[in-house]
Unconditional design. Structure first.
Lengths: 85, 386
């Protein structure tokens, strides 16, 4: 995203702010335990978790590492790990 | 044509000649006569502008910011506590790159309450992203309004600016002043062309949220714009000189600096007193000179270093106090920085706070202190009170 003078932006440009850079812990999922119940996709405040084609994906451009998905997962399939670098 | 005019009324005339489309301000001593006069001009149909009366300075500058964002040329004026109440918006105007011009009739800050002159108010906002011009007399501060608009609105600048002048000493003084005609100013200052503006047909937000990934780059860009503002002020100041015979291509003015042993650095009306004191000192064989700072932001460090090259002692006269710093004055710190490595001794002298008079004898006494290497101090304290 190129900077625009005066921090000006057209509507709908909020996704340009990739809030994932705030993250300290990142989620990982154990697909052996996952039941595809969808709780994580609903609980994520950033709607950064999706369950498509049998796979749980975390959109790390916007995942802030809050851990709500891991906390809410009934199967305890999601773990938060310290993200180095 | 020269006319005898009160400083505030000359500023109001200058503002009018710049054809602002929106004026919003809140009256505060000693700025009041400026905005009263502008309100009269709007009421009498002399100035075709929206004059918005508001409840506070915070609202006044907020109205100005919105109006500027909508594409209007905007003017305001304030002093002291009023500027402090605006402070949150002051920084936002600069970050949103809106070329608003605001007159500052310099006044001390409370507490204790004072309506009298020093320069603490505008100097305290030196890091806000507004360029700052200081006038020595009514003519200079009048001319600086035309220059300020022309520089601010350039698309390689797009920054707001303060035109500062000492409250009462200049705002309430009657002096002969040459007010250009509307035709002349129209030829000098073309209508404002916004870089971008609020428009319902092409929606835009300004001053958006920037994450840690972007914020620093915005600040960097604003700093680059401030550096370009220096060139712009110089160029449009030169152009002003070509049209009106009063040249403002320099950010500083040197007075009797040839072979000076001691040089004063100062901003604003005190420079007149300093020049008279220098004439006396030169007649008595004391080689003194003055470097007057006209553009304080962006700080003309190179120009100042050039003007002061080879002078052994520099005395910076400060109508401000940077509480808790070793030099005590705001400007001295920056002059000293500009002279790093030259071996020149730079001293600050805090004078004239809260309207205390500064006389020729005080200037001479400060020159003697600088010669002895005594400085970074208050000058003229009433020790019997302490």
């Amino acid at each position: 995203m190129a900077l625009r003078i005066g921090a000006a932006a057209a509507p709908g440009r909020a996704p340009d702010n990739k809030t994932g850079s705030w993250r300290v812990f990142m989620p990982i999922v154990d697909m052996e335990k996952c039941t595809h119940c969808g709780t994580c996709t609903l609980a994520c405040p950033e709607t950064a978790v999706s369950d498509e084609d049998g796979e749980i994906r975390f959109d790390l451009d916007y995942c802030k590492g809050c851990g709500v998905c891991a906390n809410e997962c009934p199967a305890k399939a999601i773990k938060m790990i310290l993200e180095e670098n | 044509m020269l006319q005898i005019m009160e400083g505030s009324h000359a500023v109001a005339e200058a503002a009018k000649l710049c054809r602002p489309e929106v004026v919003s301000a809140y009256p505060i001593t000693p700025q009041t006569h400026i905005v009263e006069r502008l309100a009269e001009m709007v009421a009498d149909g002399e100035l075709d502008a929206e004059y918005l009366c508001v409840d506070s300075e915070l609202s006044a500058l907020s109205v100005c910011l919105g109006s500027s964002a909508a594409g209007s040329r905007v003017y305001s004026a304030t002093s002291s506590q009023g500027l402090m109440l605006m402070a949150e918006v002051v920084f936002n105007v600069a970050g949103m790159r809106q070329p608003i011009i605001m007159s500052i009739a310099n006044r001390a800050l409370g507490a204790p309450l004072s309506i009298w002159n020093d320069q603490q108010d505008s100097l305290s906002l030196r890091d806000s992203g507004w360029f700052q011009l200081y006038g020595e007399d009514v003519q200079e501060m009048t001319d600086q309004h035309f220059i300020a608009y022309k520089a601010a609105e350039r698309h390689d600048v797009l920054l707001p600016g303060f035109v500062c002048f000492d409250g009462f000493i200049l705002s309430h003084t009657y002096e002969p002043v040459d007010i250009p005609t509307q035709e002349e100013i129209d030829a000098y200052l073309p209508p404002y062309v916004p870089y971008n503006k609020l428009d319902a047909k092409s929606p835009l937000s300004m001053g958006m949220y920037a994450t840690p990934d972007y914020y620093m780059e915005f600040r960097y860009e604003t700093d680059l714009a401030m550096q370009r503002a220096g060139n712009a002020i110089s160029e449009v100041g030169k152009e002003f000189g070509e049209m009106f015979g009063r040249d403002y291509s320099m950010h500083t003015e040197s007075y009797r600096m040839d072979d000076a042993d001691v040089a004063f650095v100062a901003l604003g009306s005190i420079c007149g007193t300093v020049k008279d004191a220098i004439d006396e000192m030169r007649a008595d064989g004391i080689k003194a000179g003055l470097v007057k700072i006209r553009t304080y932001r962006p700080f003309p460090a190179k120009e100042i270093a050039h003007a002061l090259a080879g002078v052994p002692k520099v005395a910076v006269l400060e109508k401000n106090i940077s509480l808790g710093t070793s030099m005590k004055g705001i400007v001295g710190l920056e002059v000293k920085d500009a002279l790093t490595g030259t071996g020149i001794d730079v001293y600050s002298y805090v004078v004239g706070l809260g309207g205390r008079d500064i006389r020729k004898k005080d200037i001479r006494a400060i020159a003697a202190l600088a010669e002895k290497g005594e400085g970074n101090m208050f000058y003229g304290l009433r020790t019997e009170l302490l």
